[in-house]
Design a protein around this ligand. Structure first.
Ligand code: 4AD
Ligand code: MG
Length: 467
């Protein structure tokens, strides 16, 4: 093969033999990295001295020609003629020894865990998914909008908000000093309660802001961080996660479902085309059925059932043996639990399933009343997928001013707080619809991993805001 190349990366393993040494280096661009072979006869003293410093985890640069591999796992290897240790890594204190660590342990060293195969593969797949989401919407002519993270409104009306407080620097500097635990004087911190005198929160969803732009630009999407102060320690919830929220004007619930189905198929196909090595790794170590499941998602039309039908299917199944269920009481008005959602997707339909027309009482105030369905339901949909449960939640929005005002009053919100949202219904109102895709749930689903805490670089959950 042609002239020399340079590899810069981190050492996974080093094996020294009598006449030669093997150094496995990974630069993060793929799973397997590259094997570098150093033949002692063919390198100078400086490189031999550097080789003595090489340990797992150190940063190195190796130069030499790529040659056909001598029976290794890969087709080529680097016949290194020059080796330089860029950053040493003391073996005694390096927390990532060669053996496999539990995912729980790796969370406690979140700053180093991207150097492991699992977390690096998740990061690469996640990046591809994000790119494909933008590509899908951009090629469909959707405008990318950034909505604020600090807001006064509770979009979902669920009260799961983190409050924003202002650190008042003036009052801090004038307060008498406090003593810290070592007896040293330090500033007393004074948090005034509000955002410059007004209550404000971290956003739970970009939807309401997104609607303002859909009602001006047609089709838009947001893709940004969202926050929920729900005190849940599940493998599906984070306190900080990312949501993709398209919003379409002149659109109904069916258009939202169609768009969600096309979008998911597009992004999963992209990952199948681009991340083969990483997906095979996940299939081998995490989910034996991964490829079949992803291929099926792309090929098969998603199932669509009404909430009423879903309840009937569940009741029929639960009646066979209620003792098998953690939540056996299911009737019209039940907020489906993850076990119900997963049974529908995994067992009943073995497919991604849209459940639509949910009872009004368990859904948010902004969803459009469904008179055609007897007035008890709203035009809402959730997409349930095997392994995860709810991946997407969406709806057609209530565009009628009088109906929306009544709905706001019915749930005990103050319509004055939503004056600008109501303006959209006063001035050129239009049927519109959209949905929110939980991005980390998508990453969890596509990688076939168990816990959403591996799907994001620095997971935030109750009791964890380190790093
Ligand atoms: O169903 P949700 O609450 O819907 C909304 O927020 C709407 N405003 C979206 C819209 O119509 N524009 O959340 C949407 C999705 C869920 O289906 C789920 O995938 C994800 O966001 N999600 C979470 N993901 C991780 N951790 C949490 N705590 C989540 N809460 C919701
Ligand atoms: Mg939801």
């Amino acid at each position: 093969m042609d002239g020399p190349v340079s590899i810069k990366g981190w050492v996974r393993t080093v094996r020294k033999q009598k006449t030669l040494a093997f150094v496995e280096v990974n630069d993060g661009s793929n799973l397997s990295g590259i094997q570098c072979v150093i033949v002692f006869d063919k390198v100078d003293e400086a490189t031999k001295a550097e080789l003595d410093k090489v340990t797992t985890g150190c940063a190195v640069e190796l130069t030499g020609p790529l040659v056909a591999s001598q029976g290794g796992k890969q087709a080529v290897e680097l016949a290194a003629t020059v080796l330089r240790v860029v950053g040493a890594c003391p073996a005694e204190t390096y927390p990532l020894a060669k053996k496999r660590h539990t995912l729980e342990y790796l969370r406690s060293i979140a700053h180093l865990r991207p150097r492991t195969n699992t977390i690096a593969a998740v990061a690469r797949v996640r990046s591809h998914l994000a790119g494909a989401i933008h590509a899908f919407f951009q090629t469909q002519g959707f405008v990318y909008v950034q909505t604020p993270l600090v807001t006064a409104s509770d979009c979902e009306g669920a009260g799961e908000l983190f409050r924003v407080t202002t650190l008042n620097l003036d009052s801090v500097s004038t307060l008498p000093k406090a003593k810290n635990e070592n007896g040293k004087e330090q500033d007393r911190v004074d948090y005034s309660e509000d955002f410059f005198g007004k209550p404000a929160y971290l956003t739970v969803s970009g939807q309401l802001g997104g609607e303002t732009h859909a009602c001006a630009l047609g089709d838009i999407y947001t893709f940004g961080p969202t926050f929920r102060a729900e005190n849940s320690q599940t493998s599906r919830h984070l306190a900080e996660f990312h949501m993709v929220e398209p919003e379409m004007a002149f659109a109904d619930l069916t258009s939202a479902m169609n768009n969600a189905e096309n979008m998911l198929k597009y992004v999963v196909q992209h990952v199948l085309d681009s991340c083969g090595e990483d997906l095979e790794f996940f299939q081998k170590f995490y989910d034996k059925a991964l490829m079949t499941r992803l291929e099926k998602l792309v090929q098969k039309p998603f199932v669509r059932v009404s909430y009423r039908e879903a309840i009937e299917f569940l009741q029929e199944e639960i009646n066979k043996d209620p003792s098998k269920w953690q939540f056996p009481d299911v009737s019209f008005g039940t907020d489906l639990a993850t076990e119900h959602e997963r049974w529908l997707a995994e067992t009943k339909f073995e497919s991604a399933v849209f459940v639509y027309n949910y009872p009004k009482a368990i859904k948010a105030f902004y969803m459009r009343d469904n008179e055609e369905d007897g007035g008890e339901t709203v035009n809402a949909m959730d997409l349930l997928v095997p392994g995860v449960g709810e991946l997407i939640g969406g709806s057609q929005r209530e565009e009628r001013l009088d109906v929306l005002e009544q709905k706001i009053a019915d749930v005990g919100l103050d319509k004055e707080d939503y004056w600008w949202y109501l303006d959209l219904r006063r001035f050129g109102s239009v049927p519109h619809a959209g949905y929110g895709l939980g991005f980390e749930r998508l990453v969890t689903y596509v990688c076939g991993i168990e816990n959403i805490r591996e799907a994001i670089a620095f997971p935030r959950y109750p009791g964890n805001a380190e790093f």
